[in-house]
Design a protein around this ligand. Sequence first.
Ligand SMILES: C[S@@+](CC[C@H](N)C(=O)[O-])C[C@H]1O[C@@H](n2cnc3c(N)ncnc32)[C@H](O)[C@@H]1O
Length: 290
Amino acid sequence: MNLPHFIHNGHDQLPEIQILVGDNRQLLALLPAESIQCCITSPPYWGLRDYDHPDQIGAEPAPDLYVQNLVEVFRAVRRVLRKDGTLWLNVGDGYARNGGTGNCGPNAIVGNTKKMIQRRNCKVPTCWGLKDRDLMGLPWRVAFALQADGWVLRSRITWLKKTAMPESVKNRPTSCTEEIFFMARMPNYYYDPDGVREPTGANLRNCWVLGPDISGAGHPAAYPRELVRRCILLGSRPRDTILDPFGGSGTTGEVARTLDRKAILIELNPQYAEFGRERMRHAEQKELWV
Ligand SMILES: C[S@@+](CC[C@H](N)C(=O)[O-])C[C@H]1O[C@@H](n2cnc3c(N)ncnc32)[C@H](O)[C@@H]1O
């Protein structure tokens, strides 16, 4: 196996924010056991975007294989989590479709120049009894599979998007939510209820209304920094290490840095890793956009 390629923020010492470029299923095995307090991450949706790499997760021929791959990744994450460590997992859903609109197939060019996989718009997968137009329920399928693999499922947080992506549908409501699952390695885990509270001072609720955030605009699927800020403050202490095995444009690393946490990010596509490195350079202590 090739040694990971470390990108860091220009210091000679061990970097505080490390971006490892490669397949997380290989690179996670190189990290020391029980060295991470909190994993915050957002894997690719199944069958939606093409991240231009043969080893990408999300391009499996069927969604049940996607679930299996995620179980494998998060089993490796569990090994590196401290005993009181937690996982904050944002997973997207999708519809099973026969035909659908637009181009079909693994190399279809859709919209501008971005390649889309769009398998789910081509043929209904032959698993789970799916039918044309079925919502696949992928977030919960992933959550249940992780639960069966040993994770303690503690909360389902609904991320309510202030600005929802427009959809050209007339036979169902437009989707404007995503799931964030809060899971623990063991039944007793670190959680700071004072890390983030409701404006009234009450315990934080599990519906987070978050606006868009242009900071990750070099990546098609970056999540908002405020989402990461909440997970970090609830799930870790200063100087703890945060892990994102699907690092993308480096949102998790940027927020970790502003909150005095260390971070390890893993990203398959070197271009996104480079974009993340740029963001680390410019990360400053500044108010995040809610
Ligand atoms: C939804 S994006 C993450 C976006 C990130 N949260 C951000 O804010 O920029 C998922 C990322 O996972 C990466 N990826 C897919 N398969 C991977 C694998 N096997 N190992 C590491 N990264 C992978 C993709 O290249 C993509 O950038």
